[in-house]
Design a protein around this ligand. Structure first.
Ligand code: GLN
Length: 304
């Protein structure tokens, strides 16, 4: 497969398409990002790296961090984790409160904000210094000690966390948050404000394409059974109320963030990341979704 040729074709095809999306502005610091940034990086299990555009520039990973938080929680805990957070698609926006009321404070899945907040609560109860632990974990996945947070994005989200604070208070009232809500919020925002490039995200997500093993040293990070489950949750819940549409168009498990990044994996084949900041009304990168649709169409390969 000539991945570089395919990526170059995607870049020239999509650069001509006028974007109707809008850069996220409810976190004011994210609104400052240049909307024309566009990069893509594919990391193949047996033939290495392919890329175009701004693929080495770091951006705010936002909700993509929810996959790392869940992975860390699943490596520490068994099935009990899923008594506090379900694994069903929500069909609602990522920051919605409505389902929590009639589902007794149990979030639909770990990739909506409510679910990720419960996962953060679990990490606080089980890890001494979860902020450092999670950064160490991502640094190990990428074999790169420089990955860190963007302090301005962290401070900016912290000042505008009304919905996430509401979600935490609501779940606390149902007994599904055990720690102080501001401690949980702090960890959640810290994880959202991590910055990584398309290349670094593709390297980190290689464990989901490679049965739980790091490609660079063959170390087993997570059992194949747990990797299967995380990939299944990405497939069904990775794009909130657009998870069906992403599955329908792209046919790969993946996860998006409001920083404009999307990561997707093809088990046994590759991890791929695309970054374009303008978002569609569901909060997913408009060009990112198109680029991944072109990738699985032009390669003729998806998981289906
Ligand atoms: N930090 C963002 C929030 O909590 C993450 C949302 C996202 O990337 N979808 O609203």
């Amino acid at each position: 497969m000539n991945y570089q040729e395919i990526l170059t074709a995607i870049q020239s095809e999509l650069s001509k398409i006028p974007s109707e999306g809008e850069v996220a502005s409810y976190i004011p610091e994210l609104a400052k990002i240049e909307p024309t940034k566009f990069g893509m990086h594919l990391y193949c299990t047996n033939s290495g790296h392919y890329s175009f555009g701004n693929s080495d520039e770091r951006f705010s990973i936002q909700s993509i961090s929810k996959v790392f938080a869940l992975t860390r929680a699943m490596s520490l805990l068994d099935e009990d984790l899923f008594k506090r957070v379900d694994v069903e698609p929500s069909g609602d926006p990522f920051n919605s409160l409505v389902q929590l009321e009639y589902e007794n404070g149990i979030p639909r899945n770990p990739f909506i904000n409510a679910g990720a907040l419960v996962v953060c609560d679990i990490l606080i109860s089980n890890i001494k210094n979860p902020k450092n632990d999670l950064l160490d974990f991502i640094q190990e996945l990428t074999n790169n000690k420089e990955i860190s947070i963007n302090r301005e994005v962290f401070d900016s989200e912290k000042k505008h966390s009304y919905r996430n604070t509401a979600l935490l208070n609501f779940m606390k009232a149902f007994g599904n948050i055990k720690n102080d809500i501001y401690l949980v919020l702090d960890l959640y925002i810290h994880l959202c404000s991590i910055e990584m490039s398309c290349k670094e995200l593709s390297e980190a997500f290689m464990i989901y394409a490679n049965g739980g093993r790091l490609l660079y040293n063959n170390k087993k990070i997570l059992s194949s059974e747990k990797i299967k489950r995380i990939n299944a949750i990405m497939q069904t819940c990775g794009f909130y109320d657009e998870a069906g549409e992403f599955s329908f168009r792209v046919g790969l498990p993946g996860k998006s963030g409001v920083g404009g990044g999307i990561v997707a994996i093809h088990p046994g084949q590759y991890a791929v990341t695309v970054w374009s900041p303008p978002l569609n009304p569901k909060g997913n990168s408009e060009l990112g979704m198109l680029a991944l649709e072109r990738l699985t169409t032009l390669t003729g390969l998806s998981i289906f």
